[in-house]
Design a protein around this ligand. Structure first.
Ligand code: ZN
Length: 238
């Protein structure tokens, strides 16, 4: 059983009618719905405006994998909460950063680069798997077409990923490293570019499958705090 917490800013869905039409209950509830179809996944949703911004130790201690969607309010997440998320990842909590969450403060803190991209709205994207044997690509045999998506373009200022699993090719000609894995401390991190709030990207079965695969992969069997705090014992080499 994996305990997944979906954290969403949940602002645009409340502010803009055209976004609410796509995600009437918020992006987080859409993600919950498809993840919970798997009996091995237990989902909790939290949002920015909740108590403790939904990021208390109580919640994070009970989270194997945190999925993060944020866009306009990255700087509203308190420094205390950013550091708390970072520490939990270092201790072994998985982190899946979706779309504009590349620019969230926990991602910047964990990866240590500016995370800058170039962007343009209203493009068509062909999402091509470039690492078919990777567990996150399991079941994705053909390129995935996103009829409307926001283009993110290189250069994407990230550290060298552990793996690049998907490359996005956009109708305007740009390309992007759309699905990348990293690790920080004991935590596994997956960045996945699709998911601009104006387009119904999280209803696409292949996109759902990729996020679900990533949730299983990002889980560390037990959080590793105990390993980090282990005392060094003297050993005698043979
Ligand atoms: Zn966007």
């Amino acid at each position: 059983m994996i305990k997944v917490t979906v954290w969403n800013e949940y602002l645009e869905e409340l502010q803009y009618e055209h976004v609410a039409k796509v995600y009437p209950n918020g992006i987080h509830e859409c993600i919950r719905e498809f993840l919970e179809k798997d009996p091995e996944i237990q989902v909790r949703c939290v949002t920015l405006r909740m108590e403790d911004q939904g990021l208390s130790d109580e919640i994070l201690n009970d989270t194997d994998v945190l999925i993060w969607w944020g866009h306009q309010a990255h700087d509203e997440v308190t420094e205390e909460n950013v550091q708390r998320v970072k520490q939990h990842v270092l201790d072994g909590m998985g982190l899946i950063a979706l779309h504009s969450a590349h620019y969230s403060n926990p991602m910047k803190e964990l990866l240590g680069t500016s995370m800058c991209v170039r962007w343009k709205h209203g493009e068509r994207e062909k999402l091509v798997c470039v690492a078919p044997s990777h567990p996150i690509a399991e079941g994705i045999t053909e390129p995935v077409i996103l009829e409307k998506e926001e283009m993110y373009g290189e250069y994407f200022d990230i550290p060298k990923p552990d793996d690049v699993i998907f490359t996005g090719w956009f109708s305007c000609g740009e390309v992007f490293r759309s699905g990348c894995t990293f690790h920080s401390g004991y935590g596994k991190i997956f960045y996945f570019q699709p998911g601009h709030e104006e387009y119904p990207v999280y209803y696409i079965p292949e996109v759902q499958k990729i996020i679900k695969n990533a949730a299983f992969l990002a889980m560390t069997p037990e959080k590793c705090e105990t390993f980090l705090k282990k005392e060094v014992k003297e050993v005698t080499l043979p």
